[in-house]
Structures are given as structure tokens and as C-alpha cells.
Design a protein around this ligand. Structure first.
Ligand code: GLY
Length: 434
């Protein structure tokens, strides 16, 4: 079986990166994105399909002879797209690069991921899980502990299900809202209350074919809307790779204490893991710990991780389809890659769409589209996060300078971006932070 016709599911910057990288393959695959955006449309055929409508996705795959599907975000994985394709004989030849629904719970259920970490002795914050009939237990749990209190809805809540407060009364109120009033719908049928950990966050990514795994370049993203990491959480305002404070010694701890036991844990369960796995980590004084797993690549981390990978992505997929990942070393470019997201004014709260976008030519970098579309021959905004300006540089500072230079070539009404992406790391490099 060869990889010629590839379907990427999703419509964000991450999916544009996948299409961009696949389009560079020496094998010249036919590429489709569902539903895609104006960036994917330049290199692939956009298809008006919902990634959650498995029957429609399957019918499209059979019609076009699709041999490989890359789900970009977690929703189809948690909803069981891999199991669906395995369950139908006429689809069994199609390689869906992702975990089965059971393992997609590593992201789909915080409680599942916590139990998995406890069973496999993977370092993570202490926690307790409560259900709706345990509200009084949850309240006495917080009353008997010092804050801050980290409250996590068990299920998927579109990135909004984690609430942190230092005020015990607010924590008690949030417990009631989450468990009794279902603040996050079904996602808060269960509530995980975690110990608060202080440290700097970073992200590590791996790919696995079920037998072996490989670690991809690390990254750090910037989640808040405001300068100095202030204000509301967003899907991500920028990212850098690699992360200067993550030394080889820290990466060795990550591999030995986190990545290796995670993949071994899957094999011990009898459920080998296939797909991307994202380790959201925190550098704590005792060593790196896991904050969360995601069963997909990060966004905007993909916009800085994939541009550093030198391997042909189709050949990598081919190796994984044949469980030969162990034969393919991941080759990573030296230097740094950075990205700065331009977003619609008002995001992450309400914002206007259909703003005309003027784009120049990025230098030593790429524009990755997220919320963009073509409307009557004009490129317009169609979402909160609009275009990520990625750039390369031999140093972190030169990559950032080039990303911002590329941002200056993007114009749309109300455009906003953070001007301090990577500045904390530059200060760290100069020894200004612990
Ligand atoms: N950048 C974080 C995420 O993709 O969830």
C-alpha cells in the first residue's frame, strides 16, 4: 500500500502546515483538506465535509481513493473515527493516523489521563475526581486545602474547561456550577481538582506507529491574549521552537520519566498508540511534570515544529503505516522557528468577520492561514485567529525579528497581535529570570 491520496481533517493553521509539508514531498501526493481554509486551498482541494460526519468522510475517501487520513484536531478522534474506519471492511485499507477512541481519552477525559499517569508512575500534580453526587465532598476537599485551586472539567470543553482561582469561596461556587449546573455541559459531569504547580510550561510532541515512537522538536506557546501573558485564554497567540531553557538534561528526563512510560503504558494496556501525542509539560523544581496530554499536534506549535523537520512527511507516514518508524531518524534543522498569530479585533470574545486581508510576501518564512477564506475573489477573515507569521532564524532573536517583519506585511481592519512573543525566553537567555 502506498500513500498517494491524503485527506487532512480540519481548518486551522495546524492543518495548513500539514498540507504545506505534505506538498513538499518528493512523492507528489494528491492532497485534500476538509473543510480547509484559503491557505490549504492554494496547495490542496478543499472539500466541504464535516470531520465528524464519518459516513460522509468515508464515502468521499472511497470515491477519491484516499489512502491516508490525518485528523488535525481531537474531536473526530475522541468521537471514534479510527474505530469507525477499522470497523468497516471496505475502509480497513485506509490509514487513519490517530489513536482509537479508548486512547483518545488521554485528551477526552482528564480523569482517564490522571489514572493512566498514576498507574504508570508518570510525574503529574496530585488530584481528586468528583461526580455530581459528590458535591459536598468536593467542597470539603477545597476547604481543607490551600489555594490556588485548579478545577478541570473532565471532558472536552473547547479549551475553556480549566478554571483556576485563589479564592476558596469562588472555588466552591465553581464546583456547584460545574457539577450541578453543568457549566460545560456533559464535559463537567465529572470534575478533576488538581494541586497547583508553579513552573514554566513547554510542549513536547511525539509520533507513534504502535510499535515505536519518535520525538519531534519541542515548542512553547503563548496562550493569553495580552502582553506579558495577561487576559483571557486564546487558542494560542504565538510559539517558538526550540525552547532554550529545555536543556538536553531536561529532555532526557522527559524521555525517561514521561514519554517512554507513556508509550509503554499503552502497550501494557494492549492498546498500542498510533498518531501524534502532545505532552503539555511544566518545568517544576523536582523535574518536568505532565499538565495534560493532547492526542493531536498543538496549534500554533505545529507552525514552528513542522517547519524545522527535514524528513519527507509522506515517507514518514509510509513508514508508520508499515510500522517501520524505528528505521527513520527524525532530522531537525538547526536554528529557531517562531510564529506570531494575527487575530481579529475583539478575539477571543466577539469579533467581526469578512474583513479584507492584504498580504505581502513573507521573507525567510511562511504565512500559515487559520481563519481565512476566499469571498468573491478576495481573501477575507473568517475566524478569530487569522494568519500565523512563521519565520526561521539562526538565533531566537533573529527568527522573532523576521516573524514580526512578516507580520508587518499582513493588513486587515482590526488586526491585533502580541508584540512580546518569545521575549520571556530572550530574558531567560540573558539570565534575567530564574
Ligand atoms: N497550543 C495548545 C493547544 O494546541 O492545545
Amino acid at each position: 500500500m502506498t500513500t498517494h491520496n491524503i485527506l487532512v481533517l480540519g481548518s486551522g493553521g495546524r492543518e495548513h502546515v500539514f498540507i504545506w509539508k505534505l506538498a513538499q514531498s518528493a512523492t507528489k501526493p494528491n492532497l485534500y483538506a476538509a473543510p480547509g481554509n484559503a491557505g490549504t486551498a492554494q496547495l490542496a482541494t478543499n472539500v466541504d465535509l464535516s470531520p465528524l460526519d464519518f459516513e460522509a468522510v468515508a464515502a468521499f475517501c472511497l470515491e477519491k481513493g484516499i489512502d491516508t487520513i490525518i485528523p488535525g484536531n481531537e474531536d473526530p478522534l475522541v468521537a471514534g473515527i479510527v474505530d469507525y474506519f477499522h470497523s468497516r471492511e471496505d475502509l480497513a485499507h485506509i490509514f487513519v493516523f490517530g489513536p482509537v477512541a479508548e486512547l483518545a481519552q488521554m485528551e477526552g477525559s482528564k480523569d482517564f489521563a490522571k489514572e493512566f499517569m498514576m498507574e504508570n508512575r508518570i510525574p503529574t500534580a496530585g488530584y481528586h475526581t468528583f461526580t455530581a453526587d459528590q458535591v459536598s465532598e468536593a467542597i470539603s476537599y477545597v476547604e481543607n486545602r490551600p489555594g490556588p485551586y485548579v478545577l478541570k472539567a473532565d471532558g472536552l470543553a473547547a479549551g475553556k474547561g480549566v478554571l483556576i482561582t485563589e479564592d476558596v469561596n469562588e472555588a466552591k461556587q465553581l464546583i456547584r456550577e460545574m457539577l450541578l449546573e453543568r457549566k460545560f455541559g456533559e464535559a463537567s459531569e465529572k470534575l478533576v481538582i488538581e494541586d497547583f504547580i508553579i513552573g514554566v510550561e513547554f510542549s513536547v510532541f511525539a509520533i507513534s506507529d504502535g510499535e515505536s515512537y519518535a520525538i519531534l522538536p519541542m515548542a512553547k506557546d503563548y496562550k493569553r491574549i495580552g502582553e506579558g501573558d495577561s487576559g483571557l485564554n486564546t487558542g494560542g497567540m504565538g510559539a517558538v521552537s526550540p525552547v532554550p531553557f529545555v536543556t538536553d538534561a531536561i529532555m532526557q528526563q522527559v524521555q525517561e520519566n514521561i514519554v517512554e512510560p507513556t508509550f509503554e503504558g499503552f502497550i501494557e494496556r494492549g492498546e498500542p498508540y498510533v498518531g501524534f501525542l502532545f505532552f503539555g509539560l511544566i518545568k517544576e523544581h523536582k523535574g518536568p511534570m505532565v499538565i495534560e496530554y493532547n492526542v493531536r499536534m498543538g496549534d500554533p506549535e505545529t507552525e514552528v515544529v513542522f517547519p524545522r523537520i527535514k524528513n519527507d512527511m509522506v515517507q514518514l507516514l509510509e513508514a508508520m503505516r508499515n510500522q517501520k518508524l524505528h528505521d527513520v531518524p527524525i532530522e531537525v534543522a538547526d536554528g529557531f522557528c517562531t510564529t506570531v498569530f494575527t487575530v481579529s479585533g475583539g478575539y477571543p470574545e466577539s469579533y467581526e468577520k469578512q474583513k479584507e486581508i492584504q498580504l505581502g510576501q513573507p521573507e525567510n518564512g511562511v504565512f500559515f492561514h487559520a481563519g481565512t477564506k476566499q469571498s468573491d475573489g478576495q481573501l477575507v477573515t473568517s475566524g478569530g485567529r487569522v494568519i500565523a507569521a512563521t519565520a526561521w532564524g539562526s538565533e531566537l532573536s533573529s527568527a522573532l525579528k523576521q516573524s514580526y517583519n512578516n507580520v508587518s506585511k499582513i493588513t486587515f481592519d482590526g488586526m491585533y497581535y502580541r508584540s512580546d512573543i518569545g521575549q520571556d525566553l530572550i530574558r531567560l537567555q540573558h539570565g534575567d529570570m530564574a
